[in-house]
Every structure is written in C-alpha cells, then in structure tokens.
Design a protein around this ligand. Structure first.
Ligand code: BEZ
Ligand code: FE
Length: 288
C-alpha cells in the first residue's frame, strides 16, 4: 500500500497488527495507535512539536537508573498510575483502599521488631505508628508483613541521600498474635516529587506545583490475602487536595496526635514531645 492520506494512514497501521499472535497485545496496541493518531490529528501537531516530544521522552529515559525511575514519575504526575490503580482495585467494604507505589520503595528492606525506630538519627519529631492488620470482617491477622517507608522531616527518602544505602526510614515489621504492629519513626512532611529532570520541567510548563502531602507508605502482605499498596496521609496537610500524583483518598487520611513528654503507649519514656498515629489495615482474601 502507498499514497496514504491523513484519513487512510491510521487504518493501514492498524491492519499491520492482524498477524500479531497475542489477542491482548493486538487489543492494547490498536487502542494506543488509534488514540495517538487521533490526538495528533486533533492538535495538528507541528514537526517542531513532534521533535520536542521525542526529545522529552529521550530525556525521561536518560534520567532513569537503578535509583531513579523518571517514567514512573511521568506516569504518576499524568494520573496514569492512579488510573491503573483504580481500574485494578475495586476495594470491597472492610478492605483498605490502595494508592500509588511511588518510586522510592526498595525491595528487601531490613526486618524490624515491633517497637523499633526506623528513623534513628534522622531529622523530625518522634512518632509512634501503631495499628492492626485485619480481615474485611475486622478479625486480626497474625504474622502479616508491613513494609513501610517514608521521607524524613526534610522531605528526603534515604535513597535520595548520596551516603545512605537504602536501608533507613524503612523496614519490614510483622503483626503479633493480636494482629498488632507498632514502630517509631519521625512525623513525615509534605515534599516535592523530584523536579530536577524532564518531568519537573513538564510540571513547570503546566503551571503545577510538585508537592505531595505528608504520608507514610505501606505495602501490606499476608498469606491468603491480596497484597495492599497504600499510604497513610497526615490530616490537615495543605496538599491533600492537590497531590502532585493524585493519590489521596479520604479513608487514608489520619490524625497525627501531639503529646507532651511522658510515657508513650508502648511504654517508651519520652523526654520530648512526640506524636502518635494509629491505623488498621484491612486485607481482602485472594480471589474474592
Ligand atoms: C512517593 O510518594 O514516594 C512518590 C509517589 C509518586 C511520585 C513521586 C514520589
Ligand atoms: Fe512518598
């Protein structure tokens, strides 16, 4: 075939998919091609704009390494990650809602005992995070694993600090026989997503701020239950309604309560003011 026109080209490209062996691949790619062509026709993309898009995607790729995933950041800031999340997780009653994983999860964090401090030596106000992992009916799940990670009071994850090994401000804690977990950390603050790359420039061009409201990440797993990727967000944060990655859900917003020096609920004697935050994570059974 030759002599394609603005109107015949799309069908010609789609026809090339006819011999793709996977039906799912054919389905997804045909949608990608149709929407991409429709977008280019709609905006009547100029050649300069086409080249700027190529340069942008090249820069996104070049910014990626084993510690930085600019493509995930692009997906997050365009709302694609949350769209995939909402399509794939229709949370049943009693189960905790999910939200984005984000780029700062490090597989293989250290196992910590209940009551341990994941933020020793990091800037921030001491905070006792406690709660339970429960079934949709509210029954405790013993031996559930919570992989938690967060930024410090300066808004940085360990992997963003050059001299750290990706083992701090994070840990894996297990629930006890009553389904309870507790650990010490620092109160998280709002922080900007990384803006020193092409996605930061894109946010600037869009007139958007890069901030995420203060949160603690949790990846909760237990045998026989669907794994849960979520956050708890700090009530009152100024960015709850304008999260740069569209991840906030009301059910995940919790109060961080301030206490004067004294004995904390886990028996730790605190010589300085501290915060407590409590959250029960509900898991749904596999294949429900
Ligand atoms: C995060 O919360 O760690 C995060 C999520 C999406 C983009 C950047 C950071
Ligand atoms: Fe985060």
């Amino acid at each position: 075939m030759r002599n394609f026109t603005e109107t015949t080209l799309t069908d010609a490209v789609l026809a090339k998919l006819d011999s793709a062996p996977s039906p799912r691949f054919r389905h997804v790619m045909s949608s990608v091609i149709r929407h991409l062509h429709a977008c280019i026709r709609e905006v009547e993309l100029t050649e300069a704009e086409w080249f700027a898009a190529i340069q942008f995607l090249t820069a996104v790729g070049k910014k990626c390494d084993d510690k930085r995933q600019e493509f995930i950041l692009l997906s997050d800031t365009l709302g694609v990650s949350m769209l995939v999340d909402t399509i794939n997780h229709h949370t049943p009653t009693g189960a905790t809602e999910s939200t984005v994983l984000g780029p700062f999860h490090v597989p293989g964090a250290s196992e910590i005992a209940n009551g341990a401090n994941v933020a020793a030596g990091f800037p921030g106000e001491p905070t006792l995070f406690s709660g339970r992992v429960v079934t949709m009916a509210g029954k405790p799940i013993a031996g559930a694993q919570l992989d938690v990670w967060q930024a410090d009071a300066e808004g940085l994850y360990d992997v963003q600090r050059a001299n750290l090994n990706g083992k701090q401000l994070r840990g894996i804690v297990r629930t006890n026989e009553q389904g309870k977990f507790w650990f010490w950390t620092v109160r998280p603050t709002a922080y900007p997503v990384p803006t020193d790359g092409p996605v930061g420039q894109m946010l600037l061009n869009m007139g958007r701020h890069p901030y995420r409201p203060a949160h603690i990440h949790a990846l909760v797993t237990a045998p026989g239950y669907e794994s849960l990727t979520t956050h708890v967000f700090a009530e009152g944060d100024q960015y709850l309604d304008s999260d740069a990655v569209f991840g906030v859900k009301d059910s995940l917003v919790v109060k961080f309560t301030r206490h004067e020096p004294g004995t904390a609920p886990d028996g730790t004697v605190m010589k300085q003011p501290y915060f407590t935050v409590s959250y029960d994570f509900g898991l749904s059974v596999v294949g429900r």
